[in-house]
Design a protein around this ligand. Structure first.
Ligand code: ZN
Ligand code: ZN
Length: 309
């Protein structure tokens, strides 16, 4: 199925049924099911392993210092490298499904001077690991330290299981609103020029493009973790937020609309909604979980684009 234009999904992007009033029950359950399975479960597992890891040495959480920072950085680097690197290896090195379901029917550019080291993948890895992982870690270790030292109330799972479950479920939606707001700010011309254009160099995105951003953008973007410095939760909710926003973009930017498994089965994979943002720039600023774009008339459903200003 190799062609020059790449893959365009057949179906238009729809606002999730849960936002209709009243929400259609069956469709909403179906939508939520597809939201949680399988990807959300995978992020949950990564967060749970992170949670176990930070308990290896709980003493380390008591001082906000380089030791704590390095400990959390290594954990975050491990999951980022495993997930983004794993997807990259599977789809871009092994080329397991060639260009099938790829939005652009071409591989990342090499020898292009707009990228660091003249290489898109190396450029993306550099910004993701050196800046992204570091700023993500700074926010996360600060909140974990606050929680460990009584700077913020911590609820335990045996005390408030429903409340904490609600925190984990609402996090992507609240994060979606936060992302829409900071993303609009990042598109203010001067800020775009200084910071956000670095992410937008990637038209033909890959897993490492996900958090390949300028440090200023990383500060905006990962500031969502600070939510838990004000809202009582527990360390699991904090590390889950880190995984969702630190590791998740490797999936949304992977460049392939579907993942082919066992030759015939396919799974929904990269985010078509955000792909359209990389393609057209001035639309789809948020994500589909918290559809703010339709309210501000910046929504593109993949078929008909909103009128140009
Ligand atoms: Zn992006
Ligand atoms: Zn943008």
């Amino acid at each position: 199925m190799e062609n020059n234009t790449g893959f365009t999904p057949e179906n238009e992007i729809k606002i999730p049924p849960i936002y209709r009033i009243p929400p259609p029950i069956i469709q909403s359950i179906n939508w939520l099911y597809n939201f949680f399975f399988p990807w959300w479960i995978l992020y949950f597992i990564m967060a749970y392993l992170s949670y176990l890891f930070i308990q290896i040495n709980s003493q380390i959480m008591l001082n906000f210092d380089l030791k704590l920072f390095s400990f959390i950085w290594l954990k975050n680097f491990f999951f980022l490298f495993l997930f983004a690197g794993g997807i990259h290896w599977w789809l871009y090195i092994r080329k397991n499904q060639t260009l099938d379901y790829k939005y652009y029917a071409k591989w990342p550019t090499e020898n292009n001077s707009k990228f660091l080291f003249k290489n898109q993948v190396k450029d993306n890895m550099f910004w993701s690991i050196v800046s992204g992982c570091t700023i993500w870690t700074a926010f996360e270790s600060y909140v974990l330290w606050l929680q460990a030292t009584g700077g913020v109330t911590v609820y335990l799972w045996n005390e408030k299981p429903l409340y904490l479950l609600l925190c984990t479920i609402l996090m992507p939606f609240i994060g979606g609103v936060h992302f829409y707001i900071i993303h609009r700010i990042l598109h203010i011309p001067i800020i775009y020029k200084i910071a956000h254009q670095l992410h937008h160099r990637n038209i033909n995105t890959g897993p490492w493009s996900g958090i390949s951003m300028h440090p200023i953008e990383h500060i905006f973007y990962f500031s969502i973790i600070i939510l838990w410095a004000f809202v009582p939760a527990d360390p699991f909710v904090v590390v889950l937020t880190g995984i969702w926003f630190g590791v998740g973009p490797a999936q949304s930017h992977a460049g392939f609309n579907k993942l082919v498994l066992f030759k015939t089965k396919t799974l929904e994979f990269a985010d078509h909604f955000h792909h359209l943002h990389h393609k057209h720039f001035e639309l789809n600023y948020g994500n589909i979980y918290a559809p703010i774009d339709p309210i501000f008339k910046t929504f593109h459903n993949g078929k008909i684009s909103p009128k140009k200003k």
